[in-house]
Design a protein. Structure first.
Length: 263
């Protein structure tokens, strides 16, 4: 299937590893030029160089911490300086710390809000004017299944990712007349560094091994296994494509059937 996005420019946040890197490789395979950002500069540089060489596409690496004010806007500026525009935006960030309500300080709430919600707003504020001018754009936010069906011990993620979905759904209506689509993608239990981190928290809390915690996650999925990053990336690539031009304001999960709700 020709996705019709060869030659487009995509900015992908948190893309040095895990889900972000998988999306970068998927889009690179479609001939998309890339702006990649992440906090860890060595891993980011390695990813950028590997993708540029492996897929023969231009790749710009911009080290940044999108949880800090002004960083998202700086990444967009550097991307536009290099490529002239941003056609596709994937907002993404590391997950906030796990923990129940009473363990979380006001500082933890503020930091999580800055990382998960404020960064999305900042990225969108920076790219939407150009997309409106060109009358084409794709905005995709990496949220979580926790936004639709809360996960125990993830108070921060459950709360703030739901706010991202509300923001995106409202923005989708506002920018639709300009040929811009806005959708959320909800990864389920997927084999990433984040899942290892959550398994370690669960193991410590319940006195079980990390392997037992991971097996529990897999057992909760109707397909009986954890997802692979490339499976998530395939959904993102489709939603970023010309083929998905009539899909907007949606929150789609790649979760193996974990979410039990009807909508």
């Amino acid at each position: 299937m020709d996705l019709g996005i060869k030659g487009r420019v995509a900015l992908l946040a948190a893309s040095s590893k895990g889900l972000g890197r998988a999306v970068a490789e998927e889009l690179a395979g479609e001939g998309v030029s890339l702006v990649l950002c992440a906090r860890g500069e060595p891993a980011l540089r390695e990813t950028a160089e590997g993708i540029a060489k492996g897929y023969d596409v231009p790749v710009l690496a911009v080290p940044a911490d999108v949880g800090k004010a002004g960083e998202a806007e700086r990444v967009v500026r550097e991307g536009i300086a290099k490529f002239g525009r941003i056609d596709i935006l994937l907002t993404n960030s590391g997950g906030p710390p796990a923990g129940p309500f009473e363990s979380l300080t006001r500082e933890a709430w503020a930091n999580a809000t800055a990382l998960v919600l404020a960064s999305v707003v900042a990225f969108c504020q920076a790219v939407v004017p150009g997309m409106k001018e060109r009358r084409w754009g794709r905005i995709l936010n990496v949220a979580s299944i926790a936004a639709k069906q809360p996960v125990d011990n993830l108070m921060l993620s459950n709360s703030i990712r739901a706010a991202v979905i509300g923001f995106a759904r409202t923005l989708a209506n506002e920018v639709a007349p300009f040929g811009i689509t806005v959708n959320n993608v909800l990864p389920g239990f997927t084999r990433t560094e984040r899942m290892v981190e959550l398994a370690e928290v669960t193991a410590k809390k319940e006195g079980i091994t990390v392997q037992q915690a991971q097996a529990r996650y897999a057992a909760a999925v109707p397909l009986g296994r954890m997802g692979e990053p490339r499976e998530f990336a395939a959904l993102v690539a489709f939603l970023a494509s010309e083929r998905a031009s009539y899909i907007t304001g949606q929150s789609m999960a790649a979760d193996g059937g974990w979410i039990r709700g009807l909508l």
